[in-house]
Design a protein around this ligand. Structure first.
Ligand SMILES: *Cc1c(COP(=O)(O)O)cnc(C)c1O
Length: 371
């Protein structure tokens, strides 16, 4: 890999392939795989990731919002795409681009059926989301009869899948709660299937669910974070490889005298003569202002340089005392060695938040070995 010459997010498709294969190896025969590519594929590049997942024969893709699905259709992605959090206002776009909505309330189901009938659709695929304890979105289990009644009144839409989402699948301390959720899902989805008189797919597991609850795979699993290299668990992380590496460069070097300050509001005051580097990377690029003032570090020539002072919008400063480097040298913020989840821990965050925060301003570079 050539050295970075500006702030870039490298996207390693070899790592994606490896993670995909590892997660697939956890599945029972016949269980389908849905690759979750919401939020620009967890901050990387959803077009590139979706294309690769399609090449790898992922059965399904999922996005959060309609606009994210439209971006993929514009790119020529043909795989079925579940929209996890569609809004009524987007029904026309969803249908026009062959996206498949998650439906999570009686009112929403009524509205989608009315929309589908008005447009003379036939068996349009929808996905019924059941709330089993997360209490975010989803039908209550006691609304199953109402779902079946509405579905029985129309041929415009058809239930393609029934699903639920786990609130704490990574936390084995709350295994009992998760098992309760899974039992409720099993029971309510079975009731719905009986009333529908046909058999939609069922799915309940996210990445940690795949790793921790192998008996609850049903017909499909939905994986996001695992694809991008994080298993929410130190042992699982050894089998997974981070896809995204954030790099920057040294823009300028300063020699700060004892007593001088660096950055806005004297966020750093030198207690000794200090050598600093300024990087073209700031909170507008996704480096939270909780970093700085000694929290978080980058590596330059393999050596740690702590982030000092307040993170600016477009720049941040690091202490490079004792590091032999010059203007233009490459800087690594996080990647396959100093990983985003370790970087996240510094500010009590999680890998999910750190990687999805990398803003669109940061140039993406795709890496893939051609075999
Ligand atoms: C984001 C999301 C997922 C993916 O979760 P990971 O922990 O990233 O694997 C799965 N299902 C739903 C409903 C989601 O919102």
């Amino acid at each position: 890999m050539p050295k970075a010459t500006e702030t870039t997010l490298e996207i390693d498709l070899n790592a994606l392939t490896q993670n995909f294969k590892y997660l697939k190896s956890k599945l029972k025969p016949g269980v389908k795989f849905m690759g979750v590519v919401k939020a620009f594929a967890y901050g990387s590049d959803s077009r590139v990731i979706a294309k690769k997942l399609e090449q790898l024969s992922a059965d399904y893709l999922a996005v959060a919002y309609a606009s994210e699905g439209i971006l993929l259709r514009d790119e020529g992605i043909q795989a079925p795409i579940l929209v996890l959090h569609p809004q009524t206002v987007n029904f026309d776009k969803i249908v026009a681009r062959c996206l498949e909505p998650s439906i999570y309330s009686p009112l929403m189901l009524q509205r989608f059926i009315a929309f589908a009938e008005a447009n003379q659709l036939k068996d349009y695929p929808i996905h019924i989301k059941i709330n089993t304890g997360m209490n975010r979105i989803g039908f209550a289990p006691n609304e199953v009869q109402a779902i079946a009644d509405l579905m029985g009144s129309t041929t415009a839409v058809k239930v393609k899948s029934i699903f639920s989402h786990l609130a704490a699948s990574e936390d084995m301390g709350n295994k009992a709660f998760t098992e309760k959720q899974l039992a409720l899902f099993q029971e309510s989805s079975e009731r719905l299937i009986k009333l529908l008189c046909y058999q939609p797919l069922r799915h309940s597991l996210n990445t940690s669910g795949i790793l921790n609850y192998p008996n609850a795979q049903f017909d499909m699993v939905r994986s996001g974070i695992g694809l991008y290299g994080f298993g929410n668990d130190a042992i699982e992380n050894q089998h997974l490889k981070p896809v995204a590496t954030l790099k920057s460069i040294v823009s300028q070097i300063h020699h700060i005298k004892k007593g001088e300050s660096v950055g806005y509001n004297f966020g750093f005051v030198a207690t000794n003569d200090t050598k600093t580097a300024t990087l073209p990377l700031g909170h507008a690029d996704g480096i939270n202002r909780s970093y700085g003032k000694g929290k978080g570090f980058v590596t330059i020539h393999g050596k740690r340089a702590p982030m000092i002072g307040n993170i600016c919008m477009d720049m941040l400063m690091v202490d490079i005392s004792g590091i032999d480097c010059e203007e233009g040298d490459e800087v690594v913020v996080f990647g396959q060695k100093n990983t985003a989840d370790e970087f996240a821990e510094t500010i009590n965050s999680i890998s999910y938040e750190i990687i999805t925060a990398i803003s669109q301003r940061v140039k993406r570079i795709v890496i893939e070995d051609k075999f």
